[in-house]
Design a protein around this ligand. Structure first.
Ligand code: FAD
Length: 384
């Protein structure tokens, strides 16, 4: 196992200070390593996740070579040639487990933002104190964006949040964590070959959730109540002005509708599985409040905004992969982790084999199935 940094590198280097997992402790498990502490329904800090992964590396005796940056993987006659900072390795098969979130995705028009406005991504952001005094424009309203907008607003700054397509969820539903419902009702077990639009499912933004001791919901209504101003999707920069799309009403209705459909699925499952009496009564939530007049532009040179935080998602990075298996958008071509090149496999990608693949708890089943395929591949090769 080659790791360019240390064990749990992404959790050590690429997370902000206040981050907690959005999956509850009982769900944030690795194969054979479950949470056994006093707070199964709580949410781990990034430091605790690092500890969990370190413990896993120790108990599983994973043969990790830290400080081994892979700079190239090339196909050779019967396998692959892997180049690392420490030398060359030849192997029959390679499993790509380099992560789905190696770099923040920032739109190209960020180049046109005036230099007087500081720009940060979630990889560089640690805490509000690091930003210049004054207003902040947070771009993106998925898990990262809503969490950073709330934290910056609570630090006393004026915050504008630019909202694109998003997934709204309550933290708690009928007395249980909403992710408990995802798990129990089987939504997370839906397989990749049963998902109607797999490409879309794999690109779906993370849900608007935060893991806090209060188990509070952090949707757009909660942010509006804190005094965060909502604007539409940031579409372009022209003459030093940020231009935002209109249509917030439609976008909000769509997110509300999708949330209701999901809650309907949970309610149906509770009824057919006999959980109805045990759970609290079905709940429905107030529609997302639409601002009376959302502004469509903002003068970035006026001083109103001193910093922009791009919470516009993350991308994988495959610059080191010299095998033609990456599409024009930078995503790996694979069928359930079996990459389109003999002996090449992938793990740890969104909806790799099932919806839960996007989360830590998805790795156990995915790894078993992908490694079964890999073992069969080697067995056939050995016989031939
Ligand atoms: C902000 C954020 C919040 C998240 N919250 C949750 C959550 O609440 N619950 C949950 O279950 N999941 C969460 N996830 C998803 C979580 O990251 C994954 O479930 C899990 O960490 C994926 O592990 P991984 O090992 O596949 O990828 P990573 O953790 O990204 O690890 C990949 C490793 O590969 C190394 N690497 C990359 N390229 C090379 C190279 N060329 N050579 C050598 N090494 C290389 C990296 O240094 C890194 O250590 C979150 C993700 C992000 C970004």
């Amino acid at each position: 196992m080659l790791e360019r940094g240390e064990v749990a590198n992404s959790w050590r280097r690429e997370r902000w200070d206040s981050l907690r997992l959005l999956t509850p402790n009982w769900q944030s498990r690795l194969p054979g390593l479950r949470y056994e502490g006093p707070d199964p329904d709580g949410y781990m800090t990034a430091g605790e996740v690092t500890g969990l992964i370190e413990r896993f590396a120790t108990v599983s005796r994973a043969p990790v070579r830290t400080g081994s940056n892979v700079t190239s993987v090339r196909r050779t006659g019967d396998g692959y040639q892997v180049t690392t900072g420490g030398g060359e390795i030849r192997c029959r098969t390679v499993v790509i487990a380099s992560g789905a979130c190696n770099q923040p995705a920032v739109p190209p028009f960020s180049d046109a933002v005036p230099a007087s406005v500081e720009q940060l991504t979630p990889f560089g952001y640690r805490s509000p104190g690091q930003l210049p005094d004054g207003g902040v424009l947070v771009v993106g309203a998925s898990a990262t964006g809503v969490q950073l907008a709330a934290e910056l607003r609570q630090s006393g700054r004026p915050v504008i949040l630019s909202v694109g397509e998003h997934v709204r969820l309550p933290r708690m539903y009928r007395g249980r964590d909403v992710l408990w419902w995802m798990d129990a009702s089987g939504v997370w077990d839906q397989r990749y070959d049963e998902v109607e639009d797999l490409t879309r499912a794999r690109r779906l933004p993370s849900p608007q959730l935060v893991g806090t001791p209060e188990r509070a919901t952090l949707d757009l209504n909660a942010l509006t109540s804190m005094g965060v101003e909502l604007v539409g999707r940031w579409a372009a920069v022209r003459d030093g002005r940020a231009l935002f799309s209109g249509g917030l009403r439609n976008m909000f209705s769509l997110a509300d509708l999708k949330m209701e459909r999901l809650l309907d699925t949970f309610d149906e499952w509770a009824k057919t599985d006999g959980y109805d009496a045990e759970a609290g009564p079905p709940e429905r939530f107030a529609p997302t409040r639409v601002p009376e007049s959302a502004r469509l532009q903002l003068d970035l040179r006026s001083g109103e905004i001193r910093a922009v935080v791009w919470a516009t998602g993350f991308r994988p990075a495959y610059g080191w992969l010299d095998v033609p298996v990456v599409d024009a958008k930078g995503h790996l071509n694979h069928e359930g982790g079996v990459v389109d090149s003999p002996g090449l496999y992938a793990l740890g990608l969104p909806v790799l084999r099932r919806r839960r693949s996007t989360f830590m708890c998805g790795i156990e089943d995915d790894a078993r199935e992908v490694i079964e395929h890999l073992a069969r591949f080697l067995a056939v090769r050995r016989r031939s």
